[in-house]
Design a protein around this ligand. Structure first.
Ligand SMILES: [Zn+2]
Length: 193
């Protein structure tokens, strides 16, 4: 089976081991948006990884405008602070973005980020093939792929974050098309190592 190609972000966690709060079985993926600099090359991803571990947080995977993918190899089951209420059971994916606001008007913003959406779908496909997390939209509590917005509707610990508010739930982020594309990509047999 083909292995996903990515920038390995494991060194951030090896140098900041205290941001890892144990290991746990995962049944959910939470999609995030960074609200950070949209910089060329890998510099945007590296800046976010460095910032998150510096404040005691962490993230399993990332994507950016150019379609770059980052993954912390060996940390797929690590518990890091990325989504209050579901940190134990979820894998987090940060998507570099500066979405204007939580409004249907922001649909256009994500429409211009095709390579990034495809990269997120590849990462979801590889996660699905590796750990059997279902490629269905989760309401923030059931197994599957969800958004920080959905988790915030259920868990006060997520403190009202609105990132990745899905189009099909009145927002702007194309969650269902990202998941549908991931189902197609999963058929290639792509995995994470
Ligand atoms: Zn978030």
């Amino acid at each position: 089976m083909a292995a996903l190609k990515y920038y390995n972000a494991a060194s951030y966690y090896q140098s900041h081991p205290y941001v890892i709060h144990g290991r746990a079985k995962k049944d959910m993926v939470v999609l995030h948006e960074t609200v950070s600099g949209d910089l060329p090359g890998l510099s945007d991803i590296k800046a976010v990884e460095a910032y998150l571990v510096s404040i005691g947080y962490g993230i399993h995977g990332m994507t950016d405008l150019e379609g770059n993918i980052a993954w912390a190899r060996g940390y797929g089951n690590a518990v890091v602070w990325q989504c209050g209420g579901v940190n134990e059971r979820s894998i987090g994916i940060e998507q570099v973005a500066r979405t204007p606001k939580d409004s249907p008007a922001s649909i256009k913003y994500w429409n211009g980020r095709t390579k990034q959406l495809q990269a997120t779908s590849w990462l979801l496909a590889a996660i699905h093939n590796t750990w059997s997390i279902p490629l269905v939209y989760s309401n923030g509590d059931s197994p599957g792929i969800t958004s920080h917005w959905s988790v915030s509707q259920i868990y006060p610990a997520s403190m009202g974050h609105w990132d990745c508010h899905p189009v099909h739930l009145g927002g702007y982020y194309p969650a269902l098309s990202v998941i549908n594309r991931a189902k197609l990509y999963a058929k290639t047999g792509i995995t994470l190592t």
